[in-house]
Design a protein around this ligand. Structure first.
Ligand code: HEM
Length: 523
């Protein structure tokens, strides 16, 4: 009570200098007065002593709600590119109360991801991710530090093992041949989207669990529906719960639905891991999950105290990451690929000629054909440029006060950072005839793949670079080559395919057309 009395004494003295009109608003109760003066003094001290930063420019932001016009609806990547022309290549906006830095040019992106990688590689602790990912201790959402590094290293090693074991070519071939067969069974024009899911899921399922799915398999349909539903919930916009903590006391139905979906998905992962664990013979690794189980065993043998950063729970989260990060990105790229093939028969024919001459038709393409299938590779690069699968990346966070644009601006600790991958890949300042589908831009004068243009960055760079890049690129290349080798892909009769991306939602999606496929090789 002594504190309240002394605050009130100060207030009594101060009010003598306050104009009457303000005096009327000062409550009479001593406790309310103390709270008021305490809050006012706190706010004043905050304003006086708050560190002032030389922040990058950006639009005016309302307190608490920030720039609703930016984050509420529509395609973020396109908005960011447009805003960068007004505010500069490193600018800020506020998502609710969260301060966000947007990077739109390769030199500032390289500065953040490569030169100052240690300052820019943390992840923002997004509330929904911490809830959905049971603590957010997976790889994608993991905070930058020892635990994340260890989990990334173990998962990277497991993936490399799959790539070099010879299993990779086999799994891709199995997946492509199953999809080709299923699509050829279609009687008329059909939507190719579910088939792309079927292809990528078969490869991921093969890698992670050693599973093979059939098109009407119950387990497969369960995964497909869970994924479709998760993608739908995710594309409906940001969760209010992430921006405004009080919203967490009364979670929206959408948020509750997302929790149920992820829980179901994690249960599927757990039951598969348990099955593999039951048959696991240490030292004998045949799939990704067994590699993780082996790593867990070795870490445990070094002493239980080493297990803080790699427990059984982390295996479930890492496996979930593989499906989450690996599936939607790859299937979306393939969906674009089929639309381009149906819409651009000349490009399709050139791939077919290349595959026919390099591979022939009595076997499927393999990774060793890749360097001789340069035109196919260039087409894939152009598809990934225009149909960027992760348009504004996975947000990073600064782990300390830092700078950007060679010291021109200061960026405070805990700022959320977006890399506009779609933006640099579709900026007319970076590419000639930016909207034109031109695979040749990736080829040298001998028709071989030229060095990667610096503005082609679908997988990001630096410490958080996509873990799946070494797998995704050859995988998508083999699938595209395999489809074109086996199939003639055409639009639905009477339809012309509009290859402009749809202008809605967070992802860059093609317009949904039906296609027709015909066999090129007799089965
Ligand atoms: C078209 C295919 C793909 C694209 C365009 C893509 C793109 C990306 C991007 C932009 C990021 C964020 C990087 C950053 O934070 O700066 C990322 C992260 C990640 N990706 Fe991919 N990805 C693809 C396929 C895959 C596949 C097939 C897998 C695994 C099977 C995978 C696993 C991951 C993981 C685990 C991360 C998190 C890395 C970390 O936070 O340390 N991705 N990916």
């Amino acid at each position: 009570m002594a504190i309240i009395d002394s605050i009130n004494h100060i207030l009594e003295e101060l009010v003598k200098y306050i104009p009457d009109v303000v005096y009327d608003y000062i409550p009479e109760s001593k406790i309310s007065r103390s709270l008021l003066i305490g809050a006012a003094t706190g706010a004043l001290a905050y304003l006086i002593f708050k560190k002032r930063y030389r922040l990058p420019p950006g639009p005016f932001a309302w307190p608490l709600i920030g720039n609703t016009e930016v984050y509420r609806k529509g395609n973020l990547a396109k908005k960011f590119l447009k805003m960068s022309k007004k505010y500069g290549q490193a600018f800020m906006f506020y998502m609710g109360p969260i301060r966000c830095l947007i990077l739109n040019r390769i030199d500032v992106i390289n500065e953040a991801l490569l030169t100052k990688g240690a300052n820019y590689s943390d992840r923002f602790p997004i509330y929904s991710n911490e809830i959905l990912f049971e603590g957010g201790e997976d790889i994608i959402n993991g905070r930058y530090g020892t635990g994340w590094k260890l989990r990334r290293k173990i998962a990277g090693r497991a993936m490399r093992l799959f790539m070099v074991s010879g299993n990779f070519n086999i799994k891709v071939e199995e997946a492509v041949s199953k999809t080709v067969e299923a699509m050829l069974n279609e009687k008329g024009p059909f939507d190719p989207k579910p088939y792309m899911f079927f292809t990528t899921l078969n490869i991921l399922g093969g890698m992670v669990f050693g599973t093979k799915y059939e098109y009407n398999d119950e387990n497969y349909l369960d995964l497909l529906n869970s994924f479709e539903e998760m993608a739908k919930v995710g594309s409906e916009g940001v969760f209010l719960e992430n921006m405004f903590p009080p919203a967490r006391w009364f979670p929206s139905n959408r948020f509750k639905h997302a929790i149920q979906l992820v829980k179901h998905f994690l249960d599927i992962m757990r039951s598969n891991i348990e099955r593999i664990e039951g048959q696991f013979v240490p030292g004998k690794i045949t799939n990704f999950t067994e590699s993780l189980l082996q790593a867990e065993k070795e870490i445990r043998e070094e002493g239980e105290e080493n297990m803080t950063h790699f427990k059984h729970h982390h295996i479930v989260l890492i496996v979930f990451d593989m499906f989450l990060a690996g599936n939607d990105t790859s299937r979306q790229t393939l969906y674009w690929a089929l639309m381009y093939m149906a819409g651009l028969p000349g490009v399709q024919k050139k791939i077919q000629d290349e595959v026919d001459s390099v591979v022939g038709n009595d076997r499927y393409p393999t990774t060793s054909d890749r360097e001789n299938l340069s035109y196919t590779d260039a087409v894939l690069h152009e598809i990934m440029r225009l149909g960027t699968a992760v348009p504004v990346g996975v947000p990073h966070m600064t782990s300390c006060d830092t700078t950007i644009d060679n010291g021109k601006y200061e960026v405070p600790k805990d700022t959320m950072v977006f890399i506009n991958h779609w933006g640099i890949q579709n900026d007319p300042d970076n590419w000639e005839e930016v909207d034109k589908f031109k695979p040749e831009r990736f080829l040298d004068s001998d028709g071989k793949m030229a060095p990667k243009p610096e503005n082609w960055l679908p997988f990001s760079a630096g410490r958080r670079v996509c873990l799946g890049e070494p797998m995704a690129k050859p995988e998508l290349h083999l699938i595209l080559a395999g489809f074109c080798q086996r199939l003639l892909i055409e639009p639905e009769p009477g339809k012309t395919i509009n290859l402009e991306p749809m202008d809605n939602g967070l992802v860059i999606s093609p317009h949904p057309y039906k296609i027709v496929v015909k066999p090129r090789i007799k089965p």
